[in-house]
Design a binder for this molecule. Sequence first.
Ligand code: 4AD
Ligand code: MG
Length: 435
Amino acid sequence: MTGFVDIAKIIDGKKDNEQVNVRGWLWNSRSSGGILFLMIRDGTGILQCTVNKRNVDEANYNKLEKLTQESSLEVSGIVKKDQRALNGYELSVNNLGTVYIAQPDFPIAKKDHGLEFLMDNRHLWIRDPKLMNIFRIRSKFMESARKYFWENEYTEIQSPSFQTGACEGGSTLFEVKYFERKGVYLSQSWQLYAEAMMSSVGKIFTLAPSFRAEPSRTRRHLSEFWHLECEEPWSNLNNINETGDRLVCYIAHKLANEMPREVKNAGRDPNELLKLKPPFPKITYDEAVEIVQKSGTEMNWGDDFGWQQEEPLTKEFETPFWVRGFPTGIKPFYHMPDPARPEVTLSSDLLAPEGYGEIIGGGQRVHDYDQLVQRIINDGFIPEDYGWYTDLRKWGTVPHSGFGLGVERVLCWMLKLEHIRDAIPFPRDMRRVYP
Ligand code: 4AD
Ligand code: MG
């Protein structure tokens, strides 16, 4: 057989009544009254293929009837609209091409398996149509994120994953064996390098993994996540929030417009994404604390938000919203204290509604040399360890701002997923680095 059609084209209604060739993997099959129903996946979608004894020769029918799950095969047939079929179309099969028969004991076939078992078999579980659908949307997400920045004249930059200092606090650093040298860690964020690169090429962004030794297992923490970060010279807190508003809306609209069927299958009505528009609401940290306290959840001024605090807060909003002005004591040294009120910083987190919580963290950076050195000391670090970083304030300093967006966090919210593990093919957490 030559010339194959993607299943996505068929279920999008572009091949109605045509004779086509399809190839993929057998997800499952059943037979009823001389008709076989084969569910075939090809990486773009899943299609019901019906095989009527009358339409194929006997040898092929017998072969298909015995076909094991995950066998790979090529079939030909006529596309037919059918409301009863998953995705609204089916293929009425009339010929069979190459077949590679899978072993009969596919480990995660049918039975209800526990989560640990499925995670041990993640290399096979990722074939699940639900996961496959999410990963295809994830690819569109990455494409849209880059497009937003490119269309707005940002330069894409890569920064090192081996770093010698903390950016987001010492407690979540992964130390690595780096030849003979001690004190080398996996990157928590590109930020410090971004602040250097911005004086070379101006507005910049990156899309890269970040690493956090998160000691807790929650539905929103990974120890390796994909981080979409940007940095802008001549930019203050309001400017950078505006960038966040436009970026998030741009991605949401792209997913809804270009993959409406996939977004709906993942669990989100695409119209809800299309309704988002900038700017998102802004509240102060002080207001946020009051809302949390009123909801009956414990929180004092000066505390950081955990998910227990974010949850009641996010129920008050229908769109993402900014919380701004976090206390100086709970934000890393690079955050600029508010000149009008030095006990808080020009920082901001974007929180997603429906209990999802923080999806972006960022704000305006300290650009004054002496102030930065003092902030580093106050955080318990040694300024000399950050020598190159403080240098940046000596030559050509400007007010500047940036943020980091957690790709999996945003996917969870946009697609209404229950757990962050489903937003990434091979999730890493405290207990899992295999497979
Ligand atoms: O708030 P964070 O720690 O901020 C930074 O790293 C800044 N240096 C970014 C910057 O200004 N360039 O992390 C940013 C975002 C969070 O809002 C969250 O969405 C995501 O990264 N994130 C995680 N996602 C999954 N698992 C984790 N363990 C995460 N930690 C942070
Ligand atoms: Mg944060």
